[in-house]
Ligand binder design. Structure first.
Ligand code: ADP
Ligand code: MG
Length: 326
């Protein structure tokens, strides 16, 4: 099948001021600024087929946002080539923009002083979406993203989760076939995360929208993505099916148990006790060996449990750990 996104040997260099050390260095830097070049993206290639949901993940500073900015035509690459739906964002940004929706979790394209619904209407005119398809889109969007409750609220008064749902709807108003989401669930409560994940699944299933998603959230990755592209220091270090990569990158989960009273026999055959502090016990286990539910049920049969929680590993730490580089 024809690829929706084709990236070949993409490089983005940034020129930054070199910092001298100490007061002397700082002064020298002011008077005689020295420049140096850093590579935010350092030779990335991949190809994405229609209808894929790809997790583009990696530690802070890995080059995720830089890649997305180049794919969406916001930044020009230093070298390399990009095709989105067969079009180069550099050569023809206007045509590419029609085909894609973009959401940056840290920013908004809504208008602070307008009500959410008015923001949509203004964007409809900017994107030149005809009234019929706008209304059709709005009814689906507001249904799945539950926008009704706050459609008349001024954007400045929206909660972060409401604003994010609004932003995702805004990115979908012109029915793009590709959606880029940069940290769409960052800082959101469980309800908003759920609504957004549900929405992504729906537009992918019903409309075949291709989704590229950067996230720190392991649940996002596990619930949404079929494929992961992992980047570190501006390079692709993994590209493959989600399940096998998660087993490689983050095989362990942590179960923290708080006991009602001291207890002798804490062992479990499928979990390792990695820490103990008073009545608190930390069990590390592999999800592929035993599920959290199974482990909890077996432990609670023998232990007097007061409280417990399952901890997801930090995906950033895991990637850094696996691909240690200087
Ligand atoms: N505008 C910029 N000027 C200089 N360096 C930048 C700029 N934007 C990003 N970088 C650098 O490029 C690298 C990749 O950044 P970024 O793409 O934002 O990473 P990520 O989104 O994965 O956290 C980092 O080292 C970052 O410091
Ligand atoms: Mg980023």
């Amino acid at each position: 099948m024809e690829a929706v996104i084709e990236v070949h040997d993409l490089v983005k260099e940034y020129t930054i001021a070199k910092k001298g050390s100490g007061l002397r260095g700082a002064l020298k830097g002011l008077l005689f600024p020295e420049k140096k070049t850093v590579r935010g993206v350092d030779g990335i290639s991949f190809s994405i087929a229609p209808g894929e949901i790809v997790g583009y993940i990696g530690p802070n500073g890995a080059g995720k946002s830089t890649t997305i900015k180049m794919l969406t035509g916001i930044l020009h690459p230093t070298s390399g080539s990009i095709k989105v739906c067969g079009i180069s964002p550099q050569a023809d940004r206007k045509s590419v923009v029609r085909k894609l929706g973009v959401v940056f979790g840290q920013r908004t394209q809504l208008y602070w002083d307008l009500r959410l619904g008015e923001s949509f209407e203004l964007l409809r005119r900017i994107y030149q979406v005809d009234k019929t398809s706008f209304e059709e889109n709005m009814s689906i969007l507001s249904d799945v993203l539950k926008l009704e409750e706050f459609i008349h609220t001024p954007v400045r008064q929206l909660s972060l989760g409401q604003r994010m749902r609004g932003d995702i709807a805004a990115a979908m108003l012109h029915s793009p076939s590709v959606l880029f989401l940069d940290e769409p669930t960052i800082g959101l409560d469980a309800d908003a995360k759920h609504a957004i994940r549900h929405f992504i699944k729906e537009i992918n299933r019903k409309r075949g929208v291709t989704v590229i998603l950067t996230t720190h959230d392991l649940d996002d990755v596990e619930q949404l993505c079929t494929r992961l592209v992992v980047v570190n220091h501006g390079k692709v270090v993994e590209d493959g099916p989600m399940a096998s990569l998660i087993r490689k990158l983050a095989p362990h989960r942590l179960l923290v148990v708080e006991l009602q009273q001291p207890f002798d026999d804490l062992e479990h055959p499928a979990a390792e006790i990695i820490k103990q502090d008073g009545l608190k016990v930390w069990y590390q286990f592999e999800k592929s060996r035993i599920s959290a539910a199974q482990l909890i049920s077996e432990l609670s049969q023998k232990l007097p449990i007061q409280d417990l929680s399952v901890k997801e590993p930090d995906i950033e730490d895991a990637i850094r750990e696996v691909y240690k580089m200087t």
